[in-house]
Design a protein around this ligand. Structure first.
Ligand SMILES: Nc1nc2c(c(=O)[nH]1)N=C([C@H](O)[C@H](O)COP(=O)(O)OP(=O)(O)OP(=O)(O)O)CN2
Ligand SMILES: [Zn+2]
Length: 134
């Protein structure tokens, strides 16, 4: 038996999936929803797994600094030097910037902050969701 709480946060980013066989190899953007779940076998002195507000701060701080309104690219993307020369903001990843990878990055950030995170779900569109859980 365990308790869990889930907090949602919305943000947007641009990206492209290099080598994708379809339309996602082209630059495009998403307005996404991440649902972060933390779990515990017992409640704290406040009767909570974790205060929703604390969870929001932990997720929103990371997301706003790294992902929100950013352009997420694979580090080998040939656009990288062009964007760097143009002084544009972007973030490179050693992996393709898929919803699965972004869900895992958010999970790892919360885990590193000491939150008992058990799942991050990232709704990239109304109909497409990727989850990372442990
Ligand atoms: N497993 C994954 N598949 C895809 C990802 C991903 O991150 N993980 N990403 C993309 C695209 O970046 C983008 O999310 C498009 O997804 P898709 O669901 O195909 O978008 P549509 O708007 O075409 O969705 P419909 O509702 O089917 O119109 C692609 N795949
Ligand atoms: Zn996409």
């Amino acid at each position: 038996m365990s308790y869990s709480v889930t907090k949602e946060i919305r943000f947007c980013y641009g990206h492209r999936l290099m080598n994708h066989p379809g339309k996602c190899r082209h630059l495009h953007g998403h307005s996404v929803r991440a649902a972060v779940t933390v779990s515990a076998a017992a409640l704290d002195a406040q009767g909570m797994v974790c205060d929703f507000a604390d969870l929001k701060r932990a997720v929103a701080g990371y997301v706003q600094e790294t992902l929100d309104h950013n352009l997420l690219l694979h580090e080998a993307d040939p656009l990288v030097p062009l964007l760097r020369d143009a002084g544009e903001r972007f973030l490179t990843l050693a992996e393709h910037p898929t919803a699965e990878v972004l869900a895992r990055l958010i999970f790892e950030h919360l885990e590193a902050q000491g939150y008992p995170v058990t799942e991050v779900a990232l709704w990239e569109t109304d109909t497409s969701c990727a989850r990372y859980r442990r």
